[in-house]
Design a protein around this ligand. Structure first.
Ligand code: ZN
Length: 516
């Protein structure tokens, strides 16, 4: 196939799994035509937030994945498609309304159903969605969810997560054995477990220890499985530790980091593809019953313009994109206009934006400052408003700015005392890891001092700050509200003045980017 862009081939030595030969396997080995060998192809995605392609539509997108998977299935009739967590949130479409409710991942589940995904692991972002909406998404899905180390908290009790259908609650499995049979009757029992990180924990979920829960499931799966694999959403360090502790596991398909990664720990392979299906991993797993040997060949395949688009998936994606377009056009008439070319990737990953100044955050803060009508010296934006959790590179569409900042909001000029400004910046520093951490421009931190134009901020002096209206609501920084005595004046845009870009921060950013 022409898709092969990077290839890693590793032969795994004999994986002896105690008492793994099921009765079914023994029977099939007795049939003369059964050669005892079977191949299964596994397509792995992770961290997919967008149903459409990214980078101006040139890479990723689930219509490409669907097309590619259909071709793969022709070559490997025994195949499955898996997603290693993070898919219900964040996305711009998810913030919009459809049929009276916020969409919140419904678009993703509908597309994943249409492309015949088999199984997902929970990622931390699945729990960004309110509990009631997550339950709807689970119920709507026609794929499996593995919940190895997760429980749902209900009052002072906790229960397994469940899928409700035909009027009944069906608990989600902690692990599952997938059974394959090839044309000559060889079978494969593929035991799969999961593990989910407790990043950005929410109060309706009890995150049990991922390592010990996975270990329990591995013990349970062993007697019923020919091959053991994991579908996880952990840090790479945690995945590698899991691999080290469990050499009997052939493959751990992980996510969370957004960048492809492929490592071998002893005989165990740990693989992660790029976020948003920019790439997928294809693992060809071969098992030989005669000597219990597992062999894995893994290819990282880029979902670029060389890959066709599946017609059926495209129809479902277009339905959701038309909802998206009509909502965006209320704010910006040309969502697909290229507004900027980012030669260097703009980093909007939460791991960056919530911990330190990022080039995307600084650019947004500069846009906020640039939109000021009162010569603001400083531009501020809370990192929590940046929801893309990804990079933007190459041609940036107006739409991408909406993806980065789905909630918008107005820009205010706020005249305040230096003492309040210092308090705000100190609070931001203490909020590392949280949405209250600020991205800024016009300020500089030198050792412990905050400086403007080379001078330390004077607590008694007055400064003009451009910021989003959200910040002034006190939701992120409690004392930053309109009643604070350190605020001398607030200049708001006039809602009637439709030409004023301060009415929507995304418009202000788009117009600023166009001038660069
Ligand atoms: Zn994650």
């Amino acid at each position: 196939m022409s898709y092969l862009s990077r290839s890693f081939i590793f032969s795994i030595l004999v994986l002896l799994i105690a008492s793994c030969a099921s009765t079914k396997t023994v029977n099939s080995l007795q049939q003369s035509k059964d050669d005892g060998k079977i191949q299964v192809a596994i397509l792995q995605m992770n961290d997919v937030y967008e149903i459409s392609g990214v980078d101006g539509g040139k890479v990723g997108g689930l219509a490409r994945v669907a097309h590619f998977y259909k071709e793969l299935k022709q070559k490997y009739p025994q195949s499955m498609m898996v997603l290693a967590g993070d898919f219900l949130n964040p996305s711009l479409i998810g913030t919009m309304r459809y049929e009276g409710d916020r969409i919140r991942g419904r678009q993703m589940v509908e597309v994943l159903n249409s492309i015949n995904l088999d199984v997902v692991a929970f990622g931390n972002h699945e729990f960004d969605v309110p509990e009631v909406d997550l339950q709807k998404r689970i119920n709507e899905s026609n794929f499996d969810w593995l919940a190895t180390n997760l429980a749902q908290i209900c009052g002072n009790k906790e229960y397994p997560f469940y899928k409700e259908f035909e009027g009944k609650k069906h608990f989600l499995p902690e692990s599952k054995v997938y059974k394959f049979t090839d044309s000559d009757g060889t079978t494969l029992n593929l035991g799969m477990f999961s593990a989910t990180i407790n990043s950005n924990p929410v109060d309706y979920v009890h995150y049990l220890n991922p390592d010990s829960c996975a270990s329990v499931e591995i013990m349970e799966l062993k007697p019923q499985s020919d091959v053991l694999i994991g579908l996880t959403h952990l840090t790479i360090t945690e995945d590698l530790d899991l691999a080290k502790k469990h050499p009997e596991v052939a493959l751990i398909m992980g996510g969370h980091e957004h960048d492809h990664n492929y490592q071998k720990v002893g005989k165990t392979i740990v693989a992660k593809a790029d976020a948003n299906a920019k790439s997928v991993y294809v693992h060809i797993l071969s098992f030989d019953h005669s000597n219990k040997t597992t062999t894995l060949e893994s290819d990282l395949v880029y979902m670029d313009e060389k890959i066709g688009l599946d017609v059926e998936a495209t129809k479902v994606i277009q339905k959701w994109n038309s909802i998206l377009d009509s909502e965006i056009k209320k704010v910006f008439p040309e969502p697909y206009e290229i507004v900027f070319h980012a030669a260097q990737a703009l980093d909007g990953k939460e791991i960056t934006t919530r911990h330190k100044p990022s080039n995307m955050g600084i650019l947004f803060a500069q846009s906020v400052k640039n939109a000021s009508k009162n010569n603001a010296q400083i531009g501020l934006i809370n990192s929590g408003s940046i929801r893309i959790d990804d990079e933007l590179q190459g041609d940036i569409l107006a739409l991408d700015i909406f993806r980065a900042l789905p909630f918008g909001g107005a820009i205010y000029d706020v005249k305040m005392k230096g003492s309040l400004l210092l308090g705000i910046m100190r609070y931001s520093e203490k909020s590392k890891g949280l949405g209250a951490y600020l991205q800024y421009t016009g300020l500089e931190k030198k050792e412990d001092n905050w400086m403007i134009d080379g001078q330390p901020i004077d607590p008694e002096k007055h400064y003009m700050i451009a910021m989003t209206d959200f910040l002034l609501r006190g939701l992120d920084i409690p004392f930053l509200n309109e009643q604070n005595e350190g605020i001398l004046a607030i200049y708001k845009p006039n809602a009637e003045d439709v030409a004023d870009n301060r009415l929507d921060v995304r418009r202000a950013i788009i117009e600023y980017l166009k001038t660069l």
